[in-house]
Design a protein. Structure first.
Length: 101
């Protein structure tokens, strides 16, 4: 911050061009891991309707008596959500790394 201010940057310019890009690079991997862990803990992430997905699986299982197929479908949906989340975080990390060159 002191170097940016000595170059004549305002507080907001220093935060935008120097401080925040460094902070985001450091914070992004743990933040992404926390998001994916929260996605796996279905009781914590009712916003994404994981609890509803499990409830629909229970209803389908009791209606069709196809336990194996129902829970495999629910498992694949959970897997796809976590894989998409981790790929999104990996993409953001690569994008942030390319900006530091």
């Amino acid at each position: 911050m002191e170097a940016a201010r000595s170059l004549g940057m305002s507080y907001f310019q220093a935060m935008r061009y120097i401080i925040l890009p460094q902070a985001v690079r450091v914070i992004l991997p743990p933040l992404g891991n926390d998001f994916i862990a929260m996605l796996k803990d279905s009781s914590l992430i009712s916003v994404l309707a994981v609890r509803d997905l499990t409830q629909l699986g229970k209803l389908n299982r009791s209606r069709t008596f196809r336990t194996f197929e129902t829970w495999n479908t629910v498992t694949y949906l959970y897997l796809s959500m976590t894989l998409l989340g981790s790929l999104g975080v990996k993409w953001l990390e690569r994008k942030m790394k390319s900006g530091e060159r």
